[in-house]
Design a protein around this ligand. Structure first.
Ligand code: PLP
Length: 426
């Protein structure tokens, strides 16, 4: 992997849009579906992927590309694409290398939406998933691999279970079986953890969360490290290593080398499925990224104080925050994200499910919203909101206690956040 050449703070501000002489300093919003060419011959070469250039925004747009390039550099990757949502990012990341008859292994502790995507929707498309206990031993997880297994998936910090993934363990297992490790790095962000440095091959994001950071634009991103050798496992990945009939027989790995995976995702999946972000949303995401390095440490600092405060209270039954000493994932969090984990805490009240509802209704500063990881403190009860499709059994499997309150600590003054929690508890 190429070494990162500049620091994260500088990348947040400077990467992506690189204006030429006389061009706008600020990333322009190319709010255009289409791009003009002088000759039909030129346009033809673009369609054949023989030349780089924009022709239709579903396939590529300069605003979107600039923002993808910034996230790519933050993660230390070699190519990236934006999608219209985090859901689309995870779907494309897996579907780009799987088809009907294939199988994937995913950590069981993942976001509810991703869990539905894998276990319900992708299952209908003929892709089978096995959910693995992320804390199981390598021997146990190893037993889940099949000849048709094509990828391993996990979240750096699971939403909302806050289980920290042992990235090196999962990467080792995936590579031993000739498949890539895909890591959803939404909660940690590249400010706190860069999964490629620990062996992950592909990183996904719901940029809707900390990257946007202001709850303005739903979006997603896929970044490829360029490290996985598709040709060494060519029989497993025919979509990348044999001719694509829908593109005049191009073989992605031959033509695009390290960019094969992202080129296929763009030229084939985005062409056919079309989940692009609007240039306007990419522009808003870029503004969020410019302060990611300032906001993430503040989220973590506030969350640490709130977690310690909750932990010391009599009416709180339990607190789950990976950066809290005594947390089962403290050691993994210290290893993979030594500067802090995230701003999200989960906890349960001694009064259980009923007490949770009363507490949430009394909050004034913290709003009840279906969102996490933006500047404003907010709160959610997954069992009655995001995860309500899951049975109690499935909830527990996903690491979600039915009494669990998910608190996303914002970047307000922490004393005001604590005062709000206090009045609501009392
Ligand atoms: C929110 C979230 C998603 C889904 O992203 P959307 O942008 O809401 O589609 C996927 N993974 C994780 C970890 C998330 O928190």
């Amino acid at each position: 992997m190429e070494k990162r050449k500049r620091n994260l703070e500088t990348i947040c501000i400077q990467a992506g849009w690189q204006p030429e002489n006389g061009e706008p300093r600020v990333l322009p919003i190319y709010q255009s579906t289409t791009f003009k060419y002088s000759t039909s011959e030129q346009m033809g070469r673009l369609f054949d992927l023989e030349e780089d250039g924009y022709f239709y925004t579903r396939l590529a747009n300069p605003t979107n590309d600039a923002v993808a390039a910034k996230i790519c550099e933050l993660e230390g990757g070699c190519a990236a694409m934006l999608t219209s949502s985090g859901q689309a990012a995870n779907y494309y990341a897996v579907f780009n290398i799987c088809s009907a008859g294939d199988h994937i292994i995913s950590a069981a502790t993942i976001y509810g939406g991703t869990s539905n995507l894998f276990t319900v929707t992708m299952k209908k498309q003929g892709i089978d998933v096995t959910l693995a206990d992320p804390d199981a031993s390598e021997e146990e997880i190893e037993k889940l691999f099949r000849p048709n297994t094509k990828a391993v998936f996990g979240e750096t910090i699971a939403n909302p279970a806050l289980v920290v993934l042992d990235i090196e363990k999962f990467a080792r297992l995936a590579h031993k079986h000739g498949v890539p490790l895909i890591v959803d790095n939404t909660f940690a962000t590249p400010i706190n953890c860069r999964p490629f440095e620990w062996g992950a091959d592909i990183v996904t994001h719901s940029t809707t969360k900390y990257m946007d950071g202001h709850a303005m634009a739903v979006g997603g991103c896929i970044v490829d490290s360029g490290n996985f050798d598709w040709e060494a496992h060519a029989e497993k990945f025919p979509g990348l290593t044999t001719p694509d009939d829908s593109y005049h027989g191009i073989v992605y790995t031959e033509r695009f080398g390290k960019k094969a995976y992202i080129t296929k995702a763009t030229a084939q999946l985005m062409r056919d499925l079309g989940s692009i972000p609007s240039p306007m949303n990419a522009f808003l995401l870029n503004i969020g990224l410019e302060t990611l390095h300032l906001r993430v440490p503040r989220h973590c600092e506030n969350a640490q104080k709130v977690a310690e405060w909750l932990d010391a209270r009599e009416d709180v039954a339990w607190v789950n925050y990976p950066s809290l000493p005594g947390n089962p994932y403290h050691a993994l969090a210290s290893k993979y994200m030594p500067n802090g984990s995230c701003g999200v805490i989960s906890f349960g009240l001694k009064g259980g499910r009923a007490a949770a509802a009363g507490f949430m209704d009394r909050l004034k500063l913290a709003a009840i919203v279906t969102h996490v990881a933006d500047a404003r403190t907010c709160v959610l009860h997954p069992a009655s909101h995001t995860h309500r499709q899951l049975s109690d059994e499935k909830l527990v499997e996903a690491g979600v206690d039915p009494s669990l309150i998910r608190l996303s600590v914002g970047i307000e003054n922490v004393e005001d956040i604590l005062a709000d929690l206090k009045q609501a508890l009392e």
